[in-house]
Design a protein around this ligand. Structure first.
Ligand code: UTP
Length: 509
């Protein structure tokens, strides 16, 4: 006897046939156990076949040449190069320090990506970049998140301010959610109190082959991939995270990717400048950028398009504007995205309340190609074949789609020092760029710079003799030697190339 749950309703069979996905019916037929069948049927019921065929057609027809009209593009007015804020740095940072100490800022780490280029079989946040401490990416983020709050409280210790903890949000995917939670549990949340840490999974969407056929992850499981970094917008609402923020008095969420251990989380200067220089008050958004000097650099550009802030991919950017220069030789459009945003909770709440906006987000999927292991139905042989590193079509929402619901003043830009804040770990160690090796070097160089800036010295140095100072010792290098664990003179005499010195906070680690 076939139970009801194992049967597909006729209208669904019709839809599957109409949308050219009959291989899924074949896959269902091949399943043996009733449990597997029931489960597969419920997966089929959850698929929006119309959406998938629309996305496939759109992706197929998407043109690489620009569709953006250059006359509707202009520069973002509130763009702050590093040197432009030097005289106000202290004052602006102080505003941020107060925000953080009062728990008005949260951090959201986007950790739902597949991480296909890294080829690591666990959530990317568990990746060890092999500095002397052997910390994972999650560990660095957690340390900096706590280190920032320690620093802010220390700076305000003589003021009558009620300190409040900041929350940390971690967006996972259906695939890695359990692993991520387990990893934090095993590591006692790296010192973050349970009540201050929140995990939530992002949405997912079917992966397709080049004929638009829905792929399988295993013979009994549809291959669904996370719905892009912009999936956090819908997930923040769905999982009640915006309500958590409102309840706790959080005004801004610092949203970052998991792959850059140098992100300066909840940077007081970034917060101060966004709060006080933005023209949109409590609805302001901020983004950090690196100054682009090569017009052909493959990055996303921040700009205004049709009176709204936008992040445009280099492939879509009009040639003419790509090379435009200012009198001082700088490129006019030189703000490159590093995925470090400060988004107002008030703005998010308003923007995500509108049904129209949700529809727009759901219509804003971008088409990308990625490689993963999966199962493909071979028509000729009439069976399922396992494929390794199969190139598939993935559909992603981008976080910057949120800009569309703002106005031309909605996004403020702050330039960062690339070497100090941006070392994304995207690729495995066989590549030259964006690897653990580049991150190790940059992290070590930053720590050496801190020692020198504070009047210390480094002896017998070499680039591959690594120095690592925990973010729980110092968040940003300030007051480094106030911590007695840090020697003023660091000598690498007995350290081999490829090894290093690690200075930790002995009270906290
Ligand atoms: P990437 O665009 O580098 O994608 O993500 P990825 O999946 O991590 O890696 P590749 O391209 O497959 O090698 C940038 C950031 O956005 C997060 C990632 O976890 C990373 O922090 N992200 C990306 C999500 O959280 N969800 C997604 O669906 C995609």
């Amino acid at each position: 006897m076939v139970s009801k749950e194992e049967e597909l309703p006729n209208d669904l069979i019709q839809k599957i046939t109409e949308k050219n996905q009959t291989h899924l019916l074949e896959a269902l037929k091949r399943l043996k156990s009733s449990e597997e069948k029931k489960n597969f049927v419920s997966q089929l019921k959850s698929i929006d076949f119309d959406l998938m065929s629309n996305l496939f057609e759109q992706g197929k027809n998407a043109k690489l040449e620009t569709i953006y009209n250059p006359t509707s593009i202009s520069k973002i007015e509130s763009q702050y190069p590093k040197e432009s804020i030097l005289s106000e740095k202290e004052k602006l940072s102080q505003i941020g320090v107060e925000y953080i100490a009062q728990g008005k800022v949260a951090t959201l780490i986007l950790s739902g990506g597949l991480g296909t280029r890294l080829g690591f079989n666990h959530p990317k946040g568990e990746y060890n970049i092999k500095l002397p401490s052997n910390k994972s990416l999650f560990n660095y983020f957690a340390n900096r998140f706590l280190g920032c709050q320690l620093m802010c409280r220390q700076k305000l210790k003589d003021k009558k301010i009620e300190f409040k903890d900041c929350p940390l949000f971690i967006m996972t995917s259906t695939q890695n959610d359990a692993d991520v939670r387990e990893f934090f549990k095993k590591n006692k949340n790296f010192g973050i109190k349970d009540e201050n840490i929140f995990f939530f999974p992002q949405g997912e969407i079917c992966a397709l082959d080049d004929e638009g056929k829905i792929l399988l992850e295993t013979p009994s499981k549809i291959f669904k991939a996370p719905d892009g970094n912009g999936g956090c917008l819908l997930a923040l609402k769905k999982h009640g995270i915006i309500d958590v923020c409102l309840k706790r008095g959080v005004e801004f969420i610092n949203i970052t990717a998991i792959d850059n251990p140098l992100y300066k989380l909840m940077d007081p200067l970034f917060i101060g400048i966004t709060v006080s220089k933005g023209k949109n008050g409590k609805d302001q958004m901020g983004a950090k950028y690196i100054k682009k000097t090569d017009p052909e650099q493959k990055v996303g550009y921040f700009l205004i398009y049709k009176d709204k802030p936008m992040m445009l991919d280099y492939m879509e950017f009009p040639e003419k504007l790509k090379y435009a220069k200012l009198d001082n030789g700088d490129l006019v459009y030189n703000a490159a995205n590093i995925l470090d945003y400060l988004i107002s909770v008030n703005f998010l709440k308003k923007a995500l309340c509108e049904e129209e906006n949700i529809k727009k987000l759901l219509n804003s999927f971008h088409h990308v190609k990625k490689k993963m292991n999966c199962f493909v139905f071979n028509k000729e042989k009439n069976n399922l074949e396992e494929k390794t590193n199969f190139e598939f079509n993935k559909y992603e929402m981008f976080l910057n789609s949120i800009f569309e619901f703002s106005n031309k003043d909605g996004l403020l830009l702050l330039e960062i020092e690339e070497m100090d804040e941006f070392a994304p770990v995207k690729n495995d160690e066989t590549k030259d760029k964006c690897t653990a090796a580049t991150a190790r070097l940059q992290m070590s160089n930053l720590c050496k710079k801190w020692v020198k800036e504070n009047g210390g010295q480094i002896l017998n140095d070499s680039p591959k003799k690594y120095l690592e100072i925990s973010f729980l010792v110092s968040y940003d290098g300030s007051d480094l030697f106030n911590n007695k664990d840090v020697p003023k003179s660091i000598d690498f005499k007995d350290i081999k190339e490829g090894e290093g010195i690690y200075i930790k906070n002995k009270n906290l680690e």
